[in-house]
Unconditional design. Structure first.
Lengths: 321, 358, 358, 321
């Protein structure tokens, strides 16, 4: 299958733009919830969204904006959610860490590390039981790997041969903590996971099309009922763990490291390479940017203009009727 | 919901659970059952008998020992349209699954804006006696009763075991279904077919004048013994089997307290910060002017449970404890010694049929 | 235990925690501190400042995200002679560690016949406001207060933050130490040196006639506002800062209720089956004849906590809620509106200094 | 280091004899607690006890009799504990699943699968912090491996390079459940654990001296501060999971499988081989058996004659003073 390259670029650019706009406006104090941006990490969500089918399931973590948008989640509803508005995808009850769009199979992001992993496996079980050909994708970070529930979930998915796609973005950090204090020296995550009984795939996230193809292979494998797969993609978070700012001044990582990754920015690199190889024209890029800007502007306008939920909504939906 | 009176059959509590499972899996092919040992030779004290044979290993399956993931897997399957029943041989094991139960199942609907639901049942069995000891005998229903988003069901009779389990399975919320090991072999008449008992409705097991007894699970059995014993001494009580500890049927409790003016609450868990405390608290606040005496509760001691039979003797309150408390509540001396003397088998087993290990 | 009055210094609650950590690690080299981020640039809201620099990375270390094992590792290190302090940025995270806390730490001494001990502290921080939402704001101290073998500490003042943390670290039992995020930036005088406040002793923050208020953690702050406000309206109260919810200082509560005849309990967790319920329950039973009105409680709603500021407005009870309840408790109309009007910053942050995210 | 072969045989025989005596007397209904016997699995506890130093720590599981006795735990106190007596190692409060003998570093067995694992790791951490040369041994079964806490604990021990020795007896079953329903097809436990970052060792439990040497190598490695190790030893439980009886009639496993393992009984094989190769004489064996019988008889006599704890003991020791 050929990659729709412009579409991939568009999807990455779109995520970048939303995230940067959130960062820009966050200091206005109107988005009053913990917010974890995906800037620098747009590729995986963007590519996954093209590879997965709308009726495939997905779940994600605290850092879920890119995955939600990639999977086809409603941008207006996401921004409104962060603004705490009633048109938010969770009617303002969840905030940035609780994105959901069931129409497109995006079943939820949750705020406890590892918490959504078994849920994704359970969705995979439901697929198997119903004898369907969808897959269930689980987005997770390198830190999620450390929770026992990841291990239990991976094991179960292997025992039951479930159509589950674990997609791990290894961005080297969990909050301010480097891998060295969290995982054994020399650990290669995908190799470790391979030994748990999953078919594994790995790619450097700076290689945009290779990453796409790698993810495509993995999803195809799982969809073919060959069992669960685990994909590890390297990535780098540009801004602080939670919030809108750069924080390299805090010295938990070096400015050089950041600049090195930034220089290999998948979005920028890909944009340039498509342009240089004549696969996209300047004017197409202009158009793309305009489209992205228009969509994002509209989303913020939608969110800002959306009403707050009625206060009484805090007290409903404890139970399904 | 609850069907017109149909054929009834005598069966044990464990058989009634089994009957409910078979019924649920028959009427809805989205119901499935998983957990350690659900298809093993012992079949969870018989409660999962015949399920694998009838419904196949796709819907009835054994699992790795991994309670937290298994709970989350149930949530996912529920979101995927199924009605999972996750079976745990001991309540104590699900301490490992609290994140998924509380941060996950209980919150899912609310925190995603009410657009979805997590219809699943977690069956948890509470051990007691025969050296179950400190980590095979806890009943933390009081924890769950504190958590918005959960329903918590504690049947006493075989009839309710069936009716409440069916209602739990077909409820669209996560339900913690708590079975007391000492009830599994009790028997009674159970309606056949899709018999459901609505969640959140308590039941009067006895009606009387002198006091209101609110009891959960196995303590209803002891309360019935106590009231039988007191019959001849002229004391009668409303005995309310709570059946659900979240939500609680406050109306029935309040109605009864209005009549009797006296409250005794019986609970199968530790005393401090318990469902029993909640009931005493709420009644003291809401029925203040109805009460004619200080409300009291009888719970398990605020201690871990020991293993040796020499230490469990007297640890679990029983009918004679209840009679003694009623005596002080109604301010009348009541005979209880003959009750204690009556038991013909060791205190740490449910009956003569039992010869360990659980 | 508590030292002769020494030099006092003004500091914030967070600084007081930090001070206690430094003191504990200085006086006993068996004390160590671990948890996600204890040595990171933010230092757990400043509470672990300077620890790594002073005591080295052998005694102050970051960890993998693995709460259950980390709790058990603390138990093991405690059995090996250490006094671990395990830090958690949100209470909600330790739902993953319940097996080790309840089946392990709480039981270890009892179930092995009393021959050993597990001196460890689990610090858990409770979030609130600024969109902390359903799984970053829960306070389940009521769960722990139900568990034999645990001590549960909830300081309000900077002084107590230090004194109770030192006492917790040097207590020979597992202690759950709960910090409210909205207290971290409050300030007060704190004694220097090895200042300890005994666990299990409540403190009178105010003395009065008309009612007894029993409060935990941040609700003491709101209660103080309420009582300041009521001063001019002629209502005074005993305000008892509970400080520990297991064990509970029943003597002080009872003493006060005997005097006032009226009880109001304030809690920072959900209402049903809570520490507040326990207090109302126990007082209703034990101080029945002292009470002149129905005891009442003010807790968080029995709902998951929403994220949007539009939804948290009014969700957390505050001083004006307290005044209104007191009004009905003492049967006298009291002015409260001016209290609500006074707040100059948004309801979802602790003060103007705060501009998210937590 | 040369193996003290007679001692090893003696230790295995001693465990077998206690366990068989428990089985024999269990039906008298005087041992009123869940009891998991080690018959067939004596080797690992016996060998570990010879290899570990008395001040090394150990923790174990529900099936801990062999580990407790091997480590030097007081036999009288164990049997008394199972009888619920005050001279029991936990004063009757814990029963068969809660054995402890701190004098010999045996820090406890617990009844929740996986529960004692991080405790053993924490003991290892205390060793490292105190800069001692002991090790902390963690006995576990193939089922324990499935709990997330095992994975978290293994990871932490590797990150911190702790002197921890995981000793896994793979007896193929967890209660009635075979490995196939619990772990992925083709899983080799020690290989999986190797990928978690531990040095691993594996041996067939029927090769008695090889197993001993394998465990010795592993413990030596860990004691040398080279990091945590994981040992997998194959074994077979002869009797029912919990209780005194044989249960092959339940058909969760075949009689043939049982007979096959029984034919390779490490104890019997080793006894015969020492005899055949002249490393032990018939009369020495007689002596050994007598010694074992005498000790076990004495232990049961001790236990039976020990008092029950005073009922008031149920209500003490909730807290250390
Ligand atoms: C159980 C639990 N422990 C700790 C946290 C705090 N926390 C929030 S995000 C995060 C980092 C997770 O790292 P990773 O999975 O690598 O994701 P990333 O932030 O790098 O995308 C942590 C530790 C949490 N939310 N839940
Ligand atoms: C958390 C938890 N889940 C389930 C159980 C029930 N259980 C007791 S022993 C056991 C089997 C464990 O198997 P394994 O580790 O292989 O030990 P073995 O019995 O084979 O020696 C199980 C599942 C338990 N005690 N704790
Ligand atoms: Mg990361
Ligand atoms: Mg096994």
């Amino acid at each position: 299958m050929k990659i729709n390259k412009k579409e991939l670029l568009f999807r990455m650019a779109r995520i970048r733009k939303v995230e940067e706009t959130i960062a820009e406006k966050y200091s206005e104090q109107e988005m009053r919830c913990p917010t974890h941006l995906s800037i620098g990490q747009e590729l995986v969500g963007a590519a996954a969204g093209m590879i997965l089918q709308p009726n495939d399931y997905a779940v994600s973590t605290h850092r879920g904006h890119a995955h939600y948008l990639g999977k086809g989640g409603d941008m207006n509803a996401m921004v409104a959610e962060i603004y705490g508005k009633v048109d938010g995808c969770a009617r303002g009850r969840g905030g940035s860490m609780h994105l959901v769009d069931q129409k497109v199979g995006f079943m939820g992001t949750t705020a406890i590390v590892g918490n959504s992993i078994p849920v994704g496996v359970g969705l995979g079980l439901s697929i198997k039981m119903a004898n369907e050909t969808r897959v269930s994708a689980i987005f997770l970070g390198d830190g999620c790997i450390e929770e026992g529930v990841f291990y239990e979930s991976a094991n179960f998915s292997a025992v039951q041969n479930l159509p589950v796609v674990f997609i791990c973005e290894n961005n080297l950090y969990s909050v301010y903590s480097p891998l060295a204090v969290r995982q054994p020296k020399g650990r290669v995550i995908n190799e470790m996971v391979h030994s748990l009984g999953l078919k594994t795939f790995v790619e450097e996230g700076e290689n945009v099309e290779d990453t796409y193809n790698c993810m495509l292979d993995a999803v195809t494998f799982a969809r073919g009922r060959n069992g669960p797969v685990f994909i590890e993609i390297s990535a780098y978070r540009w801004r602080e763990h939670c919030g809108p700012n750069y924080d390299n001044d805090l010295a938990y990582r070096t400015e050089e490291e950041f600049l090195d990754w930034k220089a290999r920015d998948p979005l920028d690199t890909y944009r340039k390479s498509l342009l240089e190889t004549g696969q996209i024209s300047e004017s197409e890029l202009c158009e793309l940017d305009e489209k992205v800007c228009a969509e994002v502007d509209a989303a913020f306008e939608f969110a800002v203009n959306s009403d707050f939920p009625d206060n009484a909504e805090a007290y409903i939906d404890e139970y399904a009727p | 919901m609850s069907m017109p009176p149909s054929k009834e059959k005598a069966m044990t509590f464990a058989e009634a659970i089994n009957d409910a499972m078979i019924e649920a899996m028959t009427v809805d092919d989205k119901v499935f059952c998983y957990g350690l040992g659900v298809d093993d030779p012992k079949r969870i004290f018989g409660t999962t008998d015949d399920l694998k044979e009838r419904f196949g290993s796709g819907r009835v399956f054994d699992v790795p020992t991994a309670e937290n993931a298994l709970m989350g897997i149930g949530i996912g399957a529920a979101l995927g349209g199924y009605r999972p029943v996750f079976v745990n041989q001991r309540f104590d094991f699900i301490l490992l699954a609290m994140d998924q139960i509380v941060n996950g199942a209980a919150k899912w609907r609310y925190m995603f804006g009410g657009q979805n639901k997590v219809p699943m049942v977690l069956r948890a069995i509470v051990g007691r006696g025969w050296g179950q000891g400190p980590t095979h005998s806890q009943c933390l229903h009081s924890w769950f009763a504190h958590i918005p988003g959960l329903k918590v069901v504690m049947p006493t009779s075989p009839r309710d075991a069936k009716g409440l389990l069916l209602a739990s399975i077909f409820d669209d919320n996560p339900v913690i279904f708590i079975e007391h090991r000492w009830l599994h072999n009790t028997s009674g008449l159970v309606p056949s077919g899709d018999y459901r008992v609505p969640l959140g409705e308590a039941e009067f097991l006895r009606e009387g004048r002198d006091l209101t007894i609110v009891a959960t699970s196995y303590m209803n059995v002891e309360a019935l013994h106590a009231m039988d014993h007191l019959d001849s001494q002229g004391i009668t009580a409303d005995l309310i089997d709570l059946r659900c500890v979240r939500p609680i049927d406050w109306d029935k409790i309040s109605l009864s307290v209005k009549k009797t003016g006296r409250l005794l609450v019986l609970d199968i868990g530790a005393s401090a910060v318990s469902v029993a405390s909640e009931i005493v608290s709420k009644v003291s606040t809401d029925n203040w002017s109805d009460l004619t005496a200080a409300p009291i509760k009888i719970c398990m001691p605020d201690k871990a449970q020991p293993t040796s039979p020499a230490l469990t003797r007297g640890f679990y309150p029983d009918a004679s404890t209840i009679v003694r408390k009623i005596s002080s509540l109604v301010g009348k001396e009541l005979e209880w010694q003959s009750l204690s003397d009556k038991q013909s088998w060791p205190h740490d087993v449910p009956g003569t049929w039992f010869n360990g290990p659980f």
